[in-house]
Design a protein. Structure first.
Length: 187
């Protein structure tokens, strides 16, 4: 079983794994719908070979607002991070994906759709995903992203009691209950 790791800042390196998504019509349509959360005018994304970097393509995004496609670098870190997460889940098919501080650079308004797509795709592609975060908002959005996925989500917290470290496991429903009814802050 193979394992892939995505660091909190990997999106800044332009390390994307989009080839499989760009060549699969169903995944490509899903990708476009996610990208439209960032810019509703997006029409297309494509990979072009670059003379300056012949081994890694330059991703170009065509929108209704511009006559020519713009390079992905013209967009913000949120879109780059979403693309990285989406491509990493496909690359991890049948394996394990480790996402450290997964919410970094993603605006809260786009989290629902990005996280829902990520978790749905993980289930379809048989990927076990481990997410780490210090963001209460991001954890809450994952827990509530899609009720049909809740049986597949567990939350683990680490805590210290009298000098000994412990791990607490909660099902998704238990975690939601702890947040809403017991006021427990999960991070």
């Amino acid at each position: 079983m193979h394992t892939n790791y995505v660091s909190p800042v990997e999106h800044a390196t332009n390390a994307l794994y989009l080839n499989e998504i760009l060549s699969n019509p169903e995944l490509y349509e899903q990708l476009l719908s996610i990208l439209k959360e960032f810019d509703n005018n997006i029409i297309n994304i494509s990979a072009l070979k670059s003379e300056s970097s012949p081994y890694s393509p330059e991703y170009m995004i065509l929108t209704k607002n511009h006559q020519n496609a713009l390079p992905l670098n013209a967009y913000g870190d949120g879109m780059k991070k979403a693309l990285l997460l989406l491509s990493a889940i496909v690359k991890s098919r049948g394996g394990i994906l480790l996402l450290d501080e997964f919410e970094t650079a993603i605006h809260t308004s786009a989290m629902d759709s990005v996280f829902s797509w990520l978790l749905n795709s993980a289930l379809k592609l048989d990927v076990q995903v481990f997410l780490t975060s210090h963001s209460k908002e991001a954890i809450e959005k994952v827990l509530k992203s899609n009720p049909t996925l809740q049986p597949h989500i567990n939350l683990y917290t680490l805590y210290d009691y009298e000098g000994t470290n412990y791990i607490r496991m909660m099902t998704c429903q238990e975690a939601i209950h702890a947040q809403e009814n017991l006021g427990l802050e999960l991070r």
